[in-house]
Design a protein around this ligand. Sequence first.
Ligand code: PLP
Length: 415
Amino acid sequence: MISERIKNISESVTLKLNSKIVQMVEDGHQVYNLTAGQLPFRPMKEFVDLMRGELNFLKSFQYGPVQGMKTLREKVLSYIQKTRSVDFSIVEEGMDCIVSNGGKQCLYNTLATLLNPKDEVILLTPYWVSYPQMIRACDGVAVCIGASIYNGFVPSIEEIKNSITEKTKVIILNSPNNPSGIHYSQEWMKDFAKLLLEYPQIFVISDEIYFEISYFDPAPTYFYQYEPKLLERTIIVDGISKTLACTGLRIGYTIAKSSLIKAMIKFQGQTTSGANSLVQRALVNFDFSKVAYYLDPIKKHLRENSRILREALRDHRLPNCWYQTLSAFYFLIDFTATPCFDNYNTQNVEKRSEKMTDYSTQICEDLLNQHQVAIVPGTDFGIPNSARISLVMETEQFIQATQLLCKFLSQSPSQ
Ligand code: PLP
């Protein structure tokens, strides 16, 4: 009954973990939930007031244009040009924008628009969990380039070059990165731009949803800033989910050359229509320059929690699994560099069971059962034996959670 396409999409391992967390909380346990992919703060008052005002208008409740409101699209186009210091007029046919139902729909629209069956899409690990599943849903093939804590989660340009074939259609770049919390350096972006010049058939989806959330200098930059002619084959994805702490309002934008946006409008028009009218109308009157003020204390909080976590790891003599996060709100821990990992390796050898290479889920389950600390296994991010820690939690509780986490990580089989 179920199509092969849907059968081929795997369910997230985090879903199982999340239902377990809900059950534990219902049973009266205190759970330190470090799985959050969103900021636990109220959005800006100015923005909430604008939405309240728009409730008075009938149009806020009705279908809007499929592509999104013209004034909002123009505003987004100039905001992106200003914040990324680029000039879209360099693209001969012009750059345009489509507003969609969150960054997720932007990405899916783009892949559906670009991919033919068996087209290859290069993903840089660690990658966001939904990329491989969306590629599969569009009949494409994901080709993953490895990176680890040892190279600071930055894949080498050489490796990217080596995995390009005549079937390569797209490379997805996510900087700042979910789940590593780093962004690629200026040097890396320059080299990446040079590489792209050698392959004129390749498009780049630049997922910039965390662009504003960067709390250490230098701020993120992008390959197209160094080689503006690459804008011609760049698709920029951004939105309000992370920057305005509005994940539930579902507004994202895609910016690309006009012919690509036109194709996306056709697809979106037949699948979901225009995005939320009420929120778009509020955004039209919203002063985007206020975002920086709103994010200032939030970035301070993330910087502080990142420092707390690094120091806890250092204090517990876990030297090989800490690094400096720079942006987004995540930290990726490598279990193989911690004493607790021996519990799993040894167990496997002794039981002579089927050879396992990734214990992420098992380790995260044990951490949850033994210390009530929830983190997300690295399996779905393409990094085995690792997990993502969210940095958004209120600091007092975060300190307690990191102590429990470090205690667990420090435990070797002999203890
Ligand atoms: N891209 C990345 C890297 C993300 O982490 C997320 C959300 O977690 C999205 C895109 C999707 O954003 P949205 O909630 O706007 O659909």
